[in-house]
Design a protein around this ligand. Sequence first.
Ligand SMILES: [Zn+2]
Length: 146
Amino acid sequence: MPAFICPRCGSRESNIERNQQHQPRGCSSCGFGFLFELLEDYYPSPKTALITCDQERRILAVGGSTFAATGYNESDLIGHEVLQALGVQDYEGDDPAERCLEWGVRVLDLKCRYQPAGEGELKSATVDLFPAYDEDGGLLVALTPA
Ligand SMILES: [Zn+2]
């Protein structure tokens, strides 16, 4: 069964009816305008920054924990390439956003470091990336500070 997650508040909705073409109307917890479809359920930590991106990896919307996790406001981030905007680096393997978008696969539990706003030091984090299944493509990036 598909699961849906609100990219704003992290609320999950797995038992909603999906009508033929459209995703469910929005988040019943916070009223955010769209939900992100996941193939399998995912449980973000309350610390997890949820960041929704378009198919060019540009940030479209950020979740409520993003400021606490990264120090960036949504207005700092919108329109920027996600891995660059967060300074995500020191991960193993190829570019995880490219793998996610190119192959349409989840990339889970990727250890990395990132650059929080206004801090000189990199912080450790775990990043999960989920491809979107709607026609617009895109991806959801979940960054959880270690
Ligand atoms: Zn919500």
